[in-house]
Each structure stands twice: as C-alpha cells, then as structure tokens.
Design a protein. Structure first.
Ligand code: GDP
Ligand code: ZN
Length: 337
C-alpha cells in the first residue's frame, strides 16, 4: 500500500520519501554520505566511497531547502548529501548537507529568481581570451565579481595568447595581479600554460566560467584529452538543447579533482549584492575603504573618496574602477523594481 508522506508524518509511521513504509525507525536507519557528480532531470549520480549510486530526490527537499526561491532542482552538482540505499542498488536522497557556496544563474523565467547550478566549489577559473573575442575587462570582471560574491576563490585565465603579443597579455593581466588574483596565460591551440592550468585544477572541485567562445572547452580538452568536450560552433548549436535537459556534470580529472561541465556557466548571475557591499567585492579596494571620509561613500564622487584618489594615482586600475561603476549602476537599476 502506498502511503503519502504527509499521512505518514501525521500518524507517526516512518515513511520513506518514496512513500513506502519502513519497519525501522527513521533515526536508526543508516544513511550513506555522498557527493553529487551528475544531475539530469531529477536523476542524480552520487559518489559514495568510490562507487556511484543513482538517486532520486523527493519533492520535499525542493521545498524544504530552497524555500521561496525558485529552483529547477533541489540537488545540484557538488552537493554533499545523505542518502538511503534501496534494495535494488539505487538510492533516495534524504538530506542535503549545508553548502559552503553556490554558483547561480538567472532562472529561465528572468526577474530576480535564481537557479543554483553548482555548490561547494573550491575554485572558479574566470576565462577570457586576449583576442577573438577581443579582451573585455568589464566582461571578465563580471565573472570575477560573481566568484567574490559567492565567496569562491577565483583565478584568472587569459587564453588565446597565441593571437597577441606578450605585452598585450601582460597588460591585461596586470590589474588582476594587482588585485591579488592568480593569473595564468594559456593557449589551448599552441599548448601553452596547460600544465599550469592542470596544476591549479588538481585536487579541487572547480568550474571554468566565462563568455562563449573564449576557449573553455578547448582548454579542458587539452588538460585532459579524454574529456572530449564539444567545442566551437558545435557546442553553440547543441548547448541550447543540453540546457533544456538541465544536465550538469562534474568531470573527473585523472590528476585528481573535478571540473564542472554545464552550459549555465556562461550566464551566471550576481546575486544579492547590495550597493554598500559592492566595494568589498573588489579585493584591491578593501584596504582603502576605511580611508573614505564618509562611511557610506559610494566611491563615485571625488569628495574624500580614497578609491577615487587611488584611481587618480594609478594604484587602482581604471578598468577595474569602471567595472565597479558599471555594476553599481546595474544594481541601482535592479533595486528600482
Ligand atoms: P568555449 O565556448 O569557451 O567553450 O570556447 P571553445 O572551447 O568552444 O572555443 C571557441 C573557439 O576558439 C574554437 O574554435 C577553438 O578552436 C578556439 N580556441 C580555443 N582556444 C584557443 C587558443 O588558445 N588559441 C586560438 N587561436 N584559438 C582557440
Ligand atoms: Zn569612497
């Protein structure tokens, strides 16, 4: 007989989320702890002590864990979960463990709703090309800012250095190095800097993020040829199709570590950043913030602003400051609704 979860709760009978009553009391059942490496329309692949268990997640998780926020799935790649193994070898996720961080994108419905696409990342690699598409500090800063807002360590990867002079690459890297970010320069096609990239990914759960066409898939294919990620126009064409199936996967790296493969990594959202916090998301601004004359300084007027003064002397890069102003305006716009 199938018993609804609600009925089970009301009458105190222990019931699994699948609706089947169990004889053992809920607390006494041993739950396995695992790490979610793949999700696809409600099916989750969870790594438990080196083996993979296919799991379902009950709807109640979606409600309980996501609250009022809309989400297409309660469980995302990188999640640490507790699960109950069924007799047929499959599993049911019983509990979502607290997340260290979340990577979000604007949900398909637009507006202020956000979709979590990965959790518990150790590293975000913000990839941008020096040429084709042309280097655009504002676009790169957006991804770096997302990492800061999500409290995920960031690294900048400047790709396609084969298409530019060393001077161009250094000039693009300088503001990020000054801000304290590690920067690696790579060429996926000329096999440059690939060892460095492999090294930084080693042992971590990470994601390469950045605009389309900067070379993320090509880089990962160089890091580990066996991954065979789709690149170029093909991935553009099929990216949409994969998007609708909401497949997300963490790919295992031979050297150790996991790297995320999801089309959502191009359209990340900056979540819940308030105007007064924005300056703190620029690491090179932080030491100067207490020096502004007014504690609520928006760093947009000269009067007593330590940030503006530092931009004047070149201590803070003009491009980074421009990005600050740009995002400031975006948040103001958002707050209007
Ligand atoms: P993604 O959208 O960021 O995953 O970008 P892709 O990996 O699909 O690469 C987009 C295009 O850039 C492809 O045609 C790649 O061959 C090319 N590409 C990638 N890396 C490099 C590089 O280092 N140098 C050059 N010249 N082209 C590259
Ligand atoms: Zn200021």
């Amino acid at each position: 007989m199938r018993v609804s979860i609600a009925a089970g709760r009301r009458f105190g009978a222990p019931v699994t989320p699948s609706g089947r009553a169990t004889t053992a009391p809920r607390a006494a059942r041993t739950l396995l702890e695992g790490f979610v490496v793949r999700t696809e329309s409600g099916h989750h692949r969870v790594l438990v002590d080196g083996r993979v268990i296919d799991c379902r997640a009950p709807k109640r998780l979606l409600r309980a864990e996501r609250g009022e926020r809309t989400a297409t799935t309660a469980v995302v790649i990188g999640d640490r979960v507790r699960l109950h193994e069924l007799d047929d070898g499959r599993g049911v996720i019983e509990e979502l463990l607290p997340r260290d961080n979340e990577l979000v994108r604007g949900s398909a419905g637009g507006g202020r709703f956000l979709d979590v696409i990965a959790a518990n990342l150790d590293l975000l690699v913000a990839v941008h090309s020096i040429q084709e598409p042309e280097f655009n500090a504002a676009r790169l800063d957006r991804f770096v800012l997302i990492a800061e807002a999500a409290e995920i360590p960031a690294l900048v990867c400047l790709n396609k250095v084969d298409l530019a002079s060393a001077g161009q690459a250094d000039a693009a890297a300088a503001p990020y190095r000054a801000a304290g970010y590690p920067v690696i320069c790579t060429s996926a096609t000329a096999e440059q800097g690939i060892t460095d990239l492999r090294e930084v990914l080693n042992g971590k759960v990470s994601a390469l993020v950045g605009p389309s066409g900067v070379g993320k898939s090509t880089l990962l294919n160089r890091v580990q040829p066996g991954l065979r990620l789709r690149t170029g126009e093909i991935s553009e064409a099929t990216g949409k199709g994969r998007h609708t199936t909401t497949t997300a996967e963490l790919l295992a790296l031979d050297a150790g570590g996991w790297v995320a493969d999801t089309p959502g990594l191009r359209e990340l959202a900056i979540r819940e950043v308030e105007l007064e916090d924005l300056g703190w998301l620029f690491p090179e601004f932080r030491p100067l913030l207490p020096a502004c004359r007014f504690t609520d300084c928006s760093h947009r007027d000269d009067v007593g602003c330590a940030i503006r003064a530092a931009v004047e002397t070149g201590a803070i890069s003009a491009e980074r400051y421009e990005s600050y102003q740009h995002v400031y305006a975006q948040i103001e716009e958002r707050n209007r609704y």
